[in-house]
Design a protein around this ligand. Sequence first.
Ligand SMILES: [Zn+2]
Length: 289
Amino acid sequence: MTDPPSGPTSAGPPGGFLPGADRSRLPDPGDLALPVTGAKLLTGADGQLLRVADLPADTDWVPLGTLDGVPAWGTDLTTAVDGLPGRARGWASLAAEVPEPHATLAGRALAVLTWRRTHRWCGACRAELTDQPGETARRCPDCGLYVPMQLSAAVLVAITRPGPPGHADELLLVRHATGPTGLWALVAGFVEAGETLEAAVHREVGEEVGLPVERLAYFGSQPWAISGPGVLLAGFTARAADPRAEPVVDGRELTSARWFGLDALPAQLPPAYSISRWLIDATVTAARR
Ligand SMILES: [Zn+2]
């Protein structure tokens, strides 16, 4: 039995990106600009981030934080995209190309702008919400309702078991019924209200593949802009409690689940910028030690 794999090397402060909501200073022309149109971001033609000077002077900017000390601003272009520079692209294609702090900032831009678009009115009294200075939050001027941007926690887990005698440990991978159906992924799911991250892992594994797991260990986390605004993924490792038990899929969320030797993983694994892949790679590395 090897030690659980250690978490992503970026587990400390993400290099250079700091979220923020500082409106005390106006945008400079050289500040970073992240216009959002629907579920996509507008970048330069070369994939580089735009600058505030690239957009019209009357653009309504929302503070996002800083990247390497440079303030970054988002704006919602849902109603006006004609004649603007660059091209609109989804987070996945951007994250596959740019350094992780850029991808994290881009994900925050999508999350914050989507949240603002869908949290415009007070849910209690229907008045128009106003921005809360210095926070990613809004407040109702009539009834005082406080509306912070909320996160949705989700868990994913790399489950291993001993391989046959003389063979490498095995990793459980699953295929989903929706999304990228050809991908071999990890068991994952959203955390329910009132549930710990650990309880969510046990429940999801039980629901999706019918296996009990043990030796649950926290691995690391990643903001994840593909599954909706404000999703935070928490990764775990675990061992199958019964090394002979085979997974049983529900046929609804998952189409298949099977054990793979860590020295014979399939080629269709999650992308390199995902915590799923970091977990899988770290599990392989830990098994070699
Ligand atoms: Zn209200």
